[in-house]
Ligand binder design. Sequence first.
Ligand code: C5P
Length: 208
Amino acid sequence: MPDVITIDGPSASGKSSVARRVAAGLGLPYVSSGLIYRGVTYQVGRYGVDPQDEAAILHLLSHHPIQLVPLPEGNRMLAEGQDVTAHMHTLEIDQAVSAVARHPEVRAYVYRSLRALQPPFVVEGRDMGSTVFPDAALKFYLTAAPEVRARRRVGERDADYATVLADLLRRDAADAKQIPPAPDAIIIDTSAMGLEEVVNTILERIRT
Ligand code: C5P
């Protein structure tokens, strides 16, 4: 069994649901790297820090720490010990997170948090296979057409299809430099696939 399995892809490519089920199928924890960026963004909003001010964000994190708790049934985000997971997937955080995640020192902070976790686990994000865990034994990269991703996400947000699609396209552009898959990633286009099919495809590749 490989130590670290990475599942990357753009926003709403289904990587969280897929990673959770793949991890459950293997009896491993799953780790959501996006939730750490969301946790940082939550603190930035809560303390009124300028999202453009990289040094201020780092200072904020050293005084008001956050912690990812990767439980098998779902990842939790703690801010100063308080569970704030329910506030992580709002449209406000969706709209602010890319600006926070583009700072190199913020990314380095997230990389350190991830590398401090004890393997084995399944980790999902944008650059897990390409940058954070380049030695991962198995890497997957999920893609899907933006319209398909927006339709999947619209049920999870208190917003209409047009708003969600516009936000996805904007985030795709903002996140683009982090998106290229690792050269050794297995690429799966999930546009015409159901969740179970994607999960089974990945589990088969891991088990062969
Ligand atoms: O995956 P999720 O939608 O929760 O990620 C939220 C945001 O965190 C992304 O839009 C992106 O800006 C950032 N992110 C990142 N690198 C990752 C995971 C997430 O920059 N590995």
